[in-house]
Design a protein around this ligand. Sequence first.
Ligand code: SF4
Length: 318
Amino acid sequence: MRLQVDIDAASGFCAGVIRAISTAEDYLRSCSRPSSGAPAPVLYSLGAIVHNDEELSRLSALGLKRIDTLAEALPADRPAASPGEADIPVLIRAHGEPPQTYREAAAYGIRLIDCTCPVVIRLQKSIRDAWQRLEPVQGTLLIFGKKGHAEVLGLLGQTDGKALVVESLEQLEQLLDRPSGQGHAPALDMDRDVEIFSQTTKSPVEYRELCVLLEKRMKKGRLIVHDTICRQVSSRHKSLSDFAISHDIVIFASGKSSSNGKVLFDLCRSRNPRTHSIGSSAQLEKAWFTDGDRVGVCGATSTPKWLLEDIKEHILSL
Ligand code: SF4
């Protein structure tokens, strides 16, 4: 089968993920092993450093160990360390963490290697500032994001969990139409101030739709819309859209748990119905391709470039 295969030049890790991964690699390389029989170095990562199983396996072989709670980093015989008692390094990934994590680390004596993306740090600060304005006037802070996503949990933590999270236009409509009172969570009060922020990797089009709806429904309150989608993500939407249209078939690679991967895959499929989502080259199916196809290979902000190259090689060998 004759196929032409192009890799999307803009696909691959975003700056925040590159920074977190190279910090982990540098740390692990810098840990010298005193003798060949000495245990391999370990660096704990609080949550998956990137939503991509292939890349996680590569980093795990270097010594990066995923934990889901800080307590898991403590030795079994010492469930609670004293501050400064031991040097247990734990990496905070690009998504960031809520303030509670920093307090817990200090209590356990854990040393944090903080790789929160600078864009996320700015967003967390903006949310803290907005909450200081809104709380005294009983206003609402809205976050457009995926409930339970690590970045969103970090953002919610800036308001002590008091912000409202909406995942879609439909959820916002339900919130706006929900009466307040017995048995109901507080409705969104449009007579009071509202400020809205977006998770950095959400779709710019959907965010705009949400903001337009809010504008229409505001009453006496003041609405402030914060433009917080990461530029690396918003600019990728336009270029990926053009990339999908200009190819006969699109192979989109990303991890199943990648929020950004879901958004970008949906975008590609809306532009090119012959878009297939895979996690690795082993999932490629020969039947998808037709002789003479121009194939586009692309991925999310959590998809490594080496994986895109690997997929290209496999397609060419079909
Ligand atoms: S998508 Fe943007 S904000 Fe999020 S980690 Fe990457 S560079 Fe940072």
